[in-house]
Design a protein around this ligand. Sequence first.
Ligand code: SF4
Ligand code: SF4
Length: 208
Amino acid sequence: MLGEGILKGMAETAKNFAGSFVSADRLTTVQYPEQRIPTFENARVFPFLVYDGPDWAAGMRCVACQICEKECPPKCIYIEKSRDKKPDFVGKPQFYPARFDIDISVCMSCQICVEVCPFEAIKMDTEFELATDDRFRGLLLDRQQLAKSNEYYHQIHPTEAGEVDARLDAEKAAAAAKAKVAAQAAAKAAETAKTAPAKPAPPAGGED
Ligand code: SF4
Ligand code: SF4
């Protein structure tokens, strides 16, 4: 029947409206900002940059590969790669973002930057109270404003952050095992070179 969906929706609204006077379960709205509903674990607002350890600059996971910058549909990420390198979470020297800004007045919360990042460096925040009266500079967040600790990531998305940690720990263990094998091979090669008989010197003037 034409309009059946609308009538059903109106009936549900009327049921909740009338029921809200007698049952708290029917009260589907809250008096924000005095009252707040708990944030859901899979809520997403704008991206943030994850760092490990106590120092946001040293522990930032981002290696300035710029994949997120290229893939962001409205092009609201601006990255400048550093000239020097710093060790990443497995100790490998990597570039880092000398500049990493996101214009959140343009960001559409699509999460594509999160999905394309190969380094688990950018995740979605649940913070939504970001209103400001400076609509230009105030909504352009720099890398320090975007940096949030892995502990914070665990607070807002515990399941996802736990899975990411397990993946990074496995990568770290694989890198350590590879480094150990390489060190053993180098030590063995050095030992072989030490015990091998010295090559005889070529005869003098042999080239003529
Ligand atoms: S959430 Fe989407 S729009 Fe926002 S910065 Fe990431 S890719 Fe760009
Ligand atoms: S956040 Fe990820 S994808 Fe974006 S530049 Fe950093 S490492 Fe690359």
